[in-house]
Design a binder for this molecule. Structure first.
Ligand SMILES: Nc1nc2c(ncn2[C@@H]2O[C@H](COP(=O)(O)OP(=O)(O)OP(=O)(O)O)[C@@H](O)[C@H]2O)c(=O)[nH]1
Ligand SMILES: [Mg+2]
Length: 460
């Protein structure tokens, strides 16, 4: 464990709001002496005689010197985030005041909190399980509506309760089989192998679904990788700039302007997209441009979405059909985007409307129809499944444990198929239980805990 038991008894203190100047700052204390220590330096009501969940106005003083007028909120154990006594002091948000208050408390016996120590105490005191504790960190770092939703639902335990229920059913089987082992040579069967197989298969389905959701979870956290691809001069860089509302990429009438890829994030309807502008696709003898083209092809393979952009004035149906065919074979979802609609070309436009009715006509240069394009992008990535509250795994640690769980579950099934002896089945079940338990924190190692809480910021 990263903290010794005696450290667990300390009263810890940290700034809970961001560093820097703000209208107010909140300093948080947690521990047995949180209220006594505060009462010592607070001039106002006697805090030790007040109810939990009350707020009190007064001054913080260092001897005779008034440091600030403050509001003190009291949370008496166990009705607090950490389940310990917690005091939150709202001061004015100057770094001078904050430092004076922190120093004063540390002189009186509080200890500066380590990163994540508040959340770790909450976990150790049974406020929530490990998956939920990690969700607290994800929630703080969530910067879009969808990633916020994912973290929130995980913090509320949606993810853990599913795992816990399945795990407890498996524990039942484990104990039955252990019991059989106790009977040694006798031919008894407490645990029906048929039922065990059914349960393991069900578990496998859930675990596999969670593993699959990791891709979606990743996308939610890091943005949907979206590649803008097409011939040189199609207007790819112009489109990136128009979506970003800034002149990020160089635009010119020279074909082959963009050589390396350029990327940036755009929030569309609460979902973060990572747009990647690429080198135009063409056969080229220029070495550097050729490297750019091969990078484009790599980016296209790993994209979640491709915007296939073409210049209405510089292509024909034969070429479009050929490109669309290639894209269909690649298997990455794509949108057909016809650019430079402001320049016309009525013939090709009407051909497209007939043969490719799903084409979107835009003018990147004049910023026309971009809202339509955004709406179509959102439909294509379809995150609705997630919005309705389905469980999404966003955490690499959970993902690892799930993959290991899957392996050991498959081992149980393999063992049943090959009619291995009970002790082998029991061993595989124990392994599955171990990995499932790793996710919720029923099974933890010192390294694991330290790793998780190290990623928190101080004050959390
Ligand atoms: N009329 C018109 N011109 C446009 C439009 N979009 C882009 N252009 C022009 O097309 C030319 C090429 O634009 P870019 O954005 O550099 O094209 P690109 O696809 O990034 O080209 P490469 O980087 O060479 O692959 C520039 O002169 C743009 O001003 C549009 O919607 N209408
Ligand atoms: Mg370009």
């Amino acid at each position: 464990m990263s903290f010794s038991l005696s450290e667990q008894n300390d009263t810890i203190i940290a700034l809970a709001t961001p560093q820097g100047v703000g209208a107010i700052a909140v300093i948080r204390l947690s521990g047995k002496d949180a209220i006594t220590l505060t009462n010592d330096v607070f001039f106002g009501k006697n805090l030790e005689k007040q109810d939990s969940h009350t707020i009190h106005f007064g001054t913080i003083r260092d001897g005779e010197k008034i440091i600030d007028e403050v509001l003190v909120s009291l949370f008496i154990a166990p009705k607090s985030f950490t389940k310990e006594n917690v005091v939150e002091i709202s001061t004015h948000g100057s770094s001078y005041i904050i430092n004076q208050v922190l120093k004063l408390f540390i002189r009186k016996g509080a200890r500066p909190a380590k990163p994540g120590e508040f959340t770790q105490r909450a976990f150790l005191n049974g406020q929530f399980d490990l998956a939920q504790a990690e969700a607290v960190a994800d929630l703080i770092h969530a910067d879009s509506e969808t990633s916020h939703q994912a973290a929130l639902s995980q913090m509320r335990g949606g993810f853990s309760s599913e795992i816990q229920e399945l795990r407890s059913r498996l524990i039942h089987f484990a104990s039955m089989i252990e019991l059989e082992l106790d009977f040694g040579e006798e031919d008894v069967e407490f645990a029906s192998r048929g039922e065990l197989r059914t349960l393991v298969e069900r578990l496998l389905r859930v675990v596999e679904e969670l593993i699959l959701s990791f891709d979606l979870g990743n996308v939610i956290k890091n943005g949907v990788p979206t590649v803008i691809a097409g011939k040189p001069n199609a207007g790819k860089s112009t489109l990136l700039n128009a979506l970003l509302n800034e002149e990020k990429a160089i635009v010119s009438e020279i074909a082959g302007t963009t050589r390396d890829f350029i990327e940036d994030e755009i929030n569309i309807g609460g979902v973060i997209f990572r747009f990647i502008d690429t080198a135009g696709l063409r056969e080229t003898t220029d070495t550097i441009e050729a490297i750019g083209v091969s990078r484009t092809q790599e980016k296209m393979k790993s994209a979640s979405l491709i915007l296939y952009l073409f210049d209405l004035g510089d292509t024909d149906l034969v070429e479009i059909n050929r490109d669309v065919n290639k894209l269909e074979n690649q298997g990455v979802p794509f949108l057909k985007v016809a650019n430079k609609v402001d320049k016309g070309n009525t013939e090709l436009i009407s051909e497209l409307k007939e043969k490719h009715p799903d084409t979107i006509f835009i003018s990147a240069g004049k910023k026309e129809n971009l809202e339509d394009l955004k709406a179509r992008i959102l439909v294509l990535v379809n995150l609705d499944k997630f919005r309705t509250g389905n469980t999404v795994v966003t955490n690499v640690r959970h993902y690892d444990s799930l993959v290991k769980t899957r392996e050991s579950l498959l081992d149980i099934l393999g063992g049943l198929d090959n009619q291995v002896t009970n002790d082998f089945v029991a061993m595989d079940i124990r392994r599955s239980l171990h990995f499932l338990g790793e996710i919720t924190g029923e099974i933890t190692t010192d390294d694991l805990l330290e790793n998780i809480f190290r990623n928190f910021c101080i004050g959390k």
